[in-house]
Design a protein around this ligand. Structure first.
Ligand code: XMP
Ligand code: MG
Length: 187
């Protein structure tokens, strides 16, 4: 499919919601908090592919306690921006988490469907504890009750890209978090 400029406008033309400096400050603060909360313990960071990859990479380096990584992948919105409500696991964790302190790391907590599903799935593995860290939280959009333990930014209802987050797989490498114009992909 040919991509017109309107379909995929340049990221530089979009308004910055959070700059890379603002993001770095919040990530450092969350990393410090996690390091304090888990002092003397080991943790497993489980990132939700692909959106959380960049947040996890930065957060992990802001954490001073012993940490390992794992990743899960779930069915995504794809081109559509409205959740079907059905979440499907595409990639499971590689290593057992029984008895471990686990933090699920996500890019956005939106309706809550993805993290509710993943939390239920991870709890079946009997971790010692399970918490949630999310870069962005859109509390207005929640369809199921779930809260994150660590949130970088709580935002109103808007569609964002950058810092790992995409529109049709694009813009993940944009350093800032930017607002997708409503006429293109915003809501
Ligand atoms: P739920 O609704 O299950 O969805 O909490 C979480 C997932 O939805 C995606 N999502 C977005 N992705 N910009 C994005 O690039 C957005 O504004 C946005 N809102 C939700 C995201 O992948 C998240 O993992
Ligand atoms: Mg995601």
């Amino acid at each position: 499919m040919p991509s017109s400029p309107l379909q995929f406008p340049p990221a530089a033309s979009m308004d910055v919601l959070y700059s890379k400096t603002q993001i770095a400050e919040r990530v450092a603060a969350i990393g410090k908090q996690i390091s304090e909360d888990y002092e003397g313990q080991s943790i497993v960071l489980i990132g939700v592919l692909k959106g959380a990859a960049i947040f996890l990479a930065d957060l992990a380096r802001a954490i001073t306690v012993d940490a390992t990584f794992d990743f899960v992948a779930v069915s995504s919105y794809g081109r559509a921006r409205v959740s079907s409500g059905a979440v499907k696991l595409i990639k499971d964790i590689d290593n057992p988490i029984e008895g471990k302190h686990v933090i699920l790391v996500e890019d956005i907590l939106d309706t809550g469907l993805t993290l509710s599903y993943l939390r239920g799935l991870m709890l079946q593995h009997k971790p010692a504890s399970l918490k949630i860290a999310t870069c962005l939280d859109k509390p207005e959009r929640r369809l199921v009750p779930i809260e994150a333990d660590y949130v970088a930014f709580s935002i109103p209802n808007a569609f964002v890209i950058g810092y790992g987050m995409d529109y049709a797989e694009r813009y993940r490498n944009v350093e800032d978090i930017r607002l997708m114009p409503p006429e293109v992909g915003g809501h």
